[in-house]
Design a protein. Sequence first.
Length: 309
Amino acid sequence: MINKLIEKIKKTKAPIVVGLDPTLSFVPEHLLKASYQEYGETLEGAADAVWQFNKGIIDSVYDLIPAVKPQIAMYEQLGVEGLKAFQKTVDYCHEKDLVVIGDVKRGDIGSTSAAYAVAHLGKLTVGSKRLSAFDEDFATVNPYLGTDGIQPFLDVCKEEKKGIFILVKTSNPSSGEFQDQLIDGRPLYEYVGEKVAQWGAQHMGDDYSYVGAVVGATYPQVGRVMRRVMPKAYILVPGYGAQGGKGADLVHYFNEDGLGAIVNSSRGIIAAYQQEQYAHFSPEGYADASRQAVLDMIADIDGALQRAK
């Protein structure tokens, strides 16, 4: 799957991923009203509104981007109906030939870790059949439990030719409380990055590993260091836009081939119509605002990479 992701990045010339992290506050009133009229002010109605919102955005941007990243918590808060909306979103993105990165941040050990891996990336034996559940292409994984938590994911990834992105240095302000702690004079995130490189060597695509890393855009100097530590790992970069990251901060996350990183923007794209910059788009035109935000993000990152050459 890493080969497909890279091919789509080359084809679209857009090393970006759209985070499908909807909250009801992002959903325009006309969509909420229609869903509530059909299903009532229920979790089913809310989940339908989220699904319709996602579908509009996907239809508007799928030709511009290689991948999407739905954050499962935004769907879980709506219970079973929300998980149905998550599944519809994943399936519809696959229909549009998008790579799906399930932002699930799982982290456990043994049979529990294996069950998470099967749920999101693998297949379960049901009688005489092998069936997929959520069936994302990649999943985000927390490495805090060490190899015992990662190996079950690696096993499933090898079997299914899918991948994972391991949390190394996250974009949130308090990430340093643990991730920046020094061990023999080096921050913990460097040790995690070295393990990512080791795990990735077990599962290589043509040029890059199926085992990638999450390194936030809000710490650009860390991106420079981790690019050296993990030369064959694709870096998923959160924190662009709403969290303060911009194209000029990101050049060190990429390799000299212009590959090696994919940058995420979530509310900066899906809630673009609510921002002053895109205020000329009406709520009914929310998907058009999202398309323009994608185009602007592509131009920003491309411009930064061109200036860095």
